[in-house]
Design a protein around this ligand. Structure first.
Ligand code: ADP
Length: 499
């Protein structure tokens, strides 16, 4: 078995002969043309060893790539959805066939434990499969005639050339969740991956081309100049739609920069997820949910729990059981068997977590377990932590932690829990545990969040709409709704009909 079985992943597929010192998986997955002697350097966040240097595209290069993508989409959009699906499904098959190599590459590049990387390959591939099929169901409408001799229709057509800007925490799935609906709908896409994780993106691009998706139609542009390339993508009149996953701060900038071209946007931004445990909860299941929801990817996902709101009757039992489980989680290089908590992505992420914990402690919070760095190799490791006595005046309550720190707040009444949960500008994911049916319904309706898990700590799936409200973003990814982001509605009125 791999690790502590905390995480979704494919535990049985773990291999014992992982070799990270000679990154042969890079040779196997990343085309030589994407590598360079000088350019964007990619390091392993667990060891700080240099993994590879990739091509550093300039703004001018990206402009040319966008023009070519726009040309390539003409032939692609003329294919039937079924023909496009054939290529998409071949792409999915290649990812699954190379699951283990891709997982090694991901773990090396972003630090997450191997079982999670294995899981992410399947999760990423699931979006391709889903949207290959959804592409066939982009139905229009025939509207009952309002006047004799006229017929109103609605056509759904691909929006055109699109762009995506993606983060490092899900280096594969955050690309397929955007590219699959775009390509399935008949669009082209240019992707700018995060600087920390260009290799997974390049491997993904290479498999897409091997699957017969035209080279110019789907391109990954790696760069050391994300702000400049981002600004170019926003201001390009060729690009009709931009999909971004990342911080709220950058999302706001992109929204501003996209206003001149009135670009359609999908923004999947930050979160401040509450996890409410009512005193009628099944506590064992709440602890399991808390572990997967908080400590997955060392707490570095936008749907990771940020605040545990625990009813005072069960608070001390919940905290002591959670702290006992958390202190047993093993911290280390994600390539090693048994490791549950990998490194944070870089030193500044570690400093941010430290700052949040220090601020909370200085204002009276109490560390139950963890609360310090862990010295492993050269990377930025932080001990899985549980802190109690957290209050709304602490930064831990307000800011996205993005680290393995559980902040526990107690409450007395249901209404207090809802008020605390909604006391944030974010509105991405929320979780709560109760066995009371009436309360389930009441609380789910009152939480101001785009996604709610009731007695569930992991809610992401390709079949359901992922996305936030308030300042957590715009639009939805996955599900039957995800492809709407890449199509335009065209109303056609046919007149002169002799009926
Ligand atoms: P994080 O803090 O998780 O790294 P960011 O929002 O900074 O999140 O990064 C997410 C993505 O946004 C990455 O691909 C990054 O390169 C890109 N990015 C960062 N700053 C800008 C910017 N000013 N314009 C466009 N893209 C940006």
């Amino acid at each position: 078995m791999f690790g502590t079985s905390l995480f979704i992943g494919v535990e049985s597929a773990f291999v014992n002969d992982l070799e990270f010192t000679v990154p042969s998986y890079i040779d196997a997955l990343v085309p030589e043309s994407a590598l360079a002697d000088e350019g964007l350097e990619v390091v392993n966040p667990a060891t700080l060893a240099l993994l590879a240097t990739v091509v550093d595209y300039s703004e001018q290069d990206v402009e040319e790539i966008v023009v070519k993508a726009d040309r390539a989409r003409v032939a692609w959009s003329a294919l039937t959805a079924k023909e496009r699906a054939r290529h998409l499904l071949a792409w999915r098959d290649l990812l699954i066939e190379h699951q283990e190599l891709l997982a090694k590459l991901m773990t090396a590049e972003c630090g997450k434990p191997m079982a999670e990387s294995m899981g992410e390959v399947l999760y990423g591939a699931s979006f391709i499969e889903w949207f290959a099929e959804e592409g066939k169901r982009v139905y229009g409408d025939i509207i009952p005639s309002h006047v004799q001799g006229k017929q109103a229709l609605v056509l759904k057509q691909p929006i055109g050339t699109t762009a995506a800007i993606t983060p490092w925490n899900f280096p594969l799935a955050m690309i397929t969740r955007k590219a699959a609906p775009a390509l399935a709908a008949g669009c082209s896409m240019v992707v700018k991956p995060a600087e920390a994780t260009p290799l997974t993106a390049l491997a993904l691009e290479s498999f897409a081309h091997q699957a017969g998706i035209p080279r110019d139609l789907f391109r990954v542009v790696t760069t050391t100049r994300p702000a400049q390339v981002g600004s170019l993508l926003c201001s390009s009149p060729i690009i009709r739609k931009l999909s971004f996953t990342g911080s709220t701060a950058v999302g706001r900038t992109l929204m501003r920069q996209s206003s001149d071209t009135v670009k359609k946007l999908s923004l999947e931004l930050g979160g401040n997820a509450p996890f409410i445990v009512f005193d009628d909860a099944d506590i064992e299941s709440a602890i399991e949910g808390a572990l997967v929801s908080k400590y997955r990817n060392a707490g570095q996902t936008c749907v990771c729990v940020n605040r545990f709101l625990v009813q005072d009757g069960i608070a001390s039992e919940f905290v002591s059981r959670l702290a006992a489980r958390v202190s047993a989680l093993s911290v280390g290089n994600g390539s090693e068997e048994g490791v549950a908590i990998g490194p944070l992505i870089n030193a500044s992420a570690l400093e941010k977590v430290e700052r949040l914990v220090e601020d909370a402690v200085s204002k009276g919070a109490h560390i139950e377990t963890g609360g310090h760095r862990v010295a492993v190799d050269e990377g930025s490791f932080y001990a899985p932590t549980v802190i109690t006595g957290v209050t709304p005046d602490m930064s831990l309550f307000r800011e996205e932690i993005f680290g393995p720190v559980a902040a526990v707040v107690t409450f007395t009444h249901e209404a207090d829990a809802i008020a605390l949960a909604n006391d944030t500008e974010y509105g991405l994911a929320a979780y709560f545990y109760t066995q009371n049916l009436g309360r389930s319904w009441r609380v789910a309706q009152q939480l101001e969040y785009g996604m709610v898990g009731i007695n569930e700590g992991i809610i992401s799936t390709e079949v359901a709409p992922f996305g936030g409200i308030k300042q957590s973003g715009l639009g939805r990814e996955g599900s039957k709704y995800g492809i709407d982001e890449y199509v335009e509605m065209k109303y056609v009125l046919v007149g002169g009909l002799q009926l």
